[in-house]
Design a binder for this molecule. Structure first.
Ligand code: C5P
Length: 312
């Protein structure tokens, strides 16, 4: 009898920006308690998973040469974790994972998390697993704090390490320009720098999430602009002082607000509408304060199958 090989599955997963990121003190396990509002952005990675005799991992696109191809790769770790969860042998995965990146690597936009989330969704389909979103989110949370949100998409309020999510119900779209840096920043380094800054003084802390939630339900970018806040910004700027110039340049180019995305070094500039974002991107790209710029909007869905030969 011939075994039927399932067709490859391609999944698209979004980058994220934290509209509000309140970082508490370090916990005993080294993580920090967060209160954050995530928005999923139209900047996306695509991952194709397929059955293969030999396991394999390939990465192309934005920053591909800096992504590890060994067992430390987060997408590969996601495949192993899912296999273990469903009783498959993680050491004999007959799977190939092809990642096409647009999200910056180590950019503070959850690019690695997007690839892991896309891999999880891809394998659930490839292996025809009966798994609900909550169960998958549980597997995701063991791999990284942002991966549950990469699965969820849209808007969400994240607490705990950022992995405990409550959906935020707003359908309003906001428009962004993202300035990508030439070199990434390590997330643990940025958290450690914040701890250091807090030992030495009292860098300002962002306020509560409620006003930001109100701005999201109003859909008014000018209202949201006044409320964007990120406790990791001071730490990212302390490690990479040139980011100050980038942040200023985006606002000078016409954005209504600029901030560091997550742990940085990507900078996210909020614009009044899509046309304004295109103008800001054009102007900012000529100033020489970043490697390149992207226009994006959010919210968009979380990791979703975009093609499988037998999908409806
Ligand atoms: O969970 P994830 O692997 O994405 O976290 C990467 C690193 O970021 C952690 O090892 C930790 O240093 C830091 N982190 C933190 N507090 C969080 C999330 C991440 O300190 N809530």
């Amino acid at each position: 009898m011939l075994a039927v090989v399932p067709p490859p599955v391609t999944v698209r997963a979004p980058a994220k920006v934290n509209l509000h990121l309140a970082v508490g003190d370090a916990r005993d396990d080294g993580y920090h308690e967060l209160a954050t509002i995530f928005q999923a952005l139209s900047l996306t990675d695509e991952v194709t998973v397929s059955v293969a005799d030999e396991p394999g991992l390939d990465v192309t696109g934005e920053g591909a040469d800096t992504v590890p191809l060994d067992s430390s790769n987060l997408a590969w770790r996601a495949a192993r974790a899912l296999a273990e969860h469903v009783g498959r042998d993680p050491d004999h995965l007959k799977v190939r994972i092809d990642i096409r990146k647009s999200i910056p690597v180590a950019g503070g936009m959850a690019g690695g998390s997007a690839d892991a989330a896309a891999t999880l969704v891809g394998l659930v389909n490839l292996w025809r697993l009966e798994m609900g979103r909550d169960e998958l989110s549980g597997v995701a949370a063991t791999l990284g704090s942002d991966i549950p949100f990469s699965l969820h998409g849209g808007y969400a309020l994240g607490t705990g390490r950022g992995e405990r999510l409550v959906p935020v119900l707003s359908r309003h779209t906001f428009h962004w320009v993202i300035a990508l840096a030439s070199r990434g920043l390590s997330t643990p380094d940025v958290f450690a720098e914040l701890d250091r800054l807090r030992r030495e003084g009292s860098p300002p802390r962002v306020g509560g999430v409620e006003p930001v939630l109100e701005a999201l339900s109003s859909g008014d970018p000018l209202q949201l602009a006044l409320l964007l806040g990120n406790d990791l910004q001071a730490a990212a700027v302390s490690l990479r002082p040139a980011l100050r110039r980038t942040l200023r340049a985006g606002v000078n180019a016409g954005a209504v607000a600029g901030m560091i995305s997550g742990s940085g070094p990507s900078c996210a500039f909020l614009c009044t509408d899509g046309d304004s974002a295109v103008r800001v991107a054009a102007e900012l790209s000529g100033v020489g304060v970043c490697r390149t710029v992207r226009v994006a909007h959010g919210p968009v869905p979380g990791a979703r199958v975009v093609s499988s030969e037998d999908s409806p």
